[in-house]
Write a protein that binds this ligand. Sequence first.
Ligand code: PDD
Length: 278
Amino acid sequence: MGNVYLNGKYLPLEDAKISVLDRGFTFGDGVYEVFLVYQRKIFRLAEHLERLDRSLAGIYMKNPRTNDEWKQILKDLVDDNPADNQSLYLQITRGVSERDHSIALAKEPTIFAMSKVLPQRNLVHGISAITCEDIRWKLCDIKAITLLPSVLLRHRAMQAGATEAILFKGDIVTEGAASNVFIVSNGVVKTPPKDSSILPGITRDLVLELLQREGVPCRETSITREELRSAGEIWITSSTWEIVPVIKLDERPVGDGNPGKVWEKAMEIYQKFKSSPD
Ligand code: PDD
């Protein structure tokens, strides 16, 4: 890992210090992004920056940098890390203020970014998932740093010997604790529509775009508990995990218990796009 970025300076992680009165610490008052870097190039940068801008607007914060400035900050971090494939984390909090709910008290945002080597994960053989009630708030389209519900849900999944929790509001699937959800049902790929109950995943949008380009039928539509249970394939998507097949749901096999054919195709198209992303 090279230096990290904190409020205009590049410095070793051990020297990056913030106030205990930072509202990120006292209130979880901030937003974040996770970008992937492949072969030293930031993947879907424009889309991530657009979502960052929307998240900031969603918490009544002015974007503290222009897109060109963000690009430069992130590029400097990438250049400082010798690894070809990296994961970039960017967090912006409302900054330091006395502990008072009023947002007017914070004058300067705190901006922190770091790059780490992208860990090698091999999830292509599939993962187990459990279903859980979606215990999060009503503004899930904001990529907020306030992640306690997701942390608890992931913990429940781990305790059950699974990797991800797939969430429900009533009878309707929302998303995973830190991923979007897709199913394949009678040859049609389905994923919940973008509204405030899910994060508009960059990977989700790209997977839909690439599948549609290949002529695979896709629908953005509500998915019920029964449809999830009886789906031939279930996948989850995120920048860090890409497209992962869920082969067991609540201890029961999904389809024939192996990664499905449509997932194989989606993965193939996704990997092809990654190697020449235009
Ligand atoms: N999480 N939904 C939630 C709740 C998420 O936290 C994430 C990603 C996604 C997928 O979004 P994207 O495809 O843009 O990565 C969906 C990141 C990776 C994280 O919190 O580390």
